[in-house]
Design a protein around this ligand. Sequence first.
Ligand code: CA
Length: 230
Amino acid sequence: MCPVVETAERSIVVIEDDANIADLVNLYLREAGFRVLLAGTGIRGLDLIEQHRPSLAVLDIGLPDIDGFEVCRRIRATTMLPVLFLTARDGEIDRVLGLELGADDYVTKPFSPRELVARVKAILRRGAAAPATESTSFDIGDGITIDVARREVSCGGTTVALATKEFDLLAFFARNQGIALARQQLIEGVWGADWYGDDRTVDVHVRQLRKKVGDDLPLATVWGVGYRLG
Ligand code: CA
């Protein structure tokens, strides 16, 4: 088994224009052993990500140049880098949970820096635990294959671009084909038992999987329970 990379070697890009919040996040992440790179604008943050290949990005939404959603879109265009959003309003949470962005998690302002650090560690733990030791690929329907090791999904020979959690969710379904899975099981299996979100997260991601993979995805809604693949 591959050794888990030590926390001390990990760097995190924090994109936040509010200097007080940035300082606080910086302080706590450093205390937790991370190397922190701060950016006050979205463009600067994208530059840092390209130059330093961090393990995770903490991303504010209201930024002076391009907003956090656009930053996330640009990150996702080239990498699966985990993203943790800092959100200020309910309307933002909906968009964060939503869809094409594929955020890995979020905290709502005002947040406890300790909670933020805990979330960051949880995301990195999940990432470290998942792919390296696995080499399985699954056929999950008519011409649909998921290769967990390569983190690739193909449909009729064409690669389907999925966000991090969408992929993790599909992989979890693939490992449990034919079994009706409750939303809570899915949350624990994919987001982890320490995740605070609600069941709606699952529904949003399922909707997105159906849209991206297409009608051939044999993912059924099991009323009163959750979902079943195959
Ligand atoms: Ca801001």
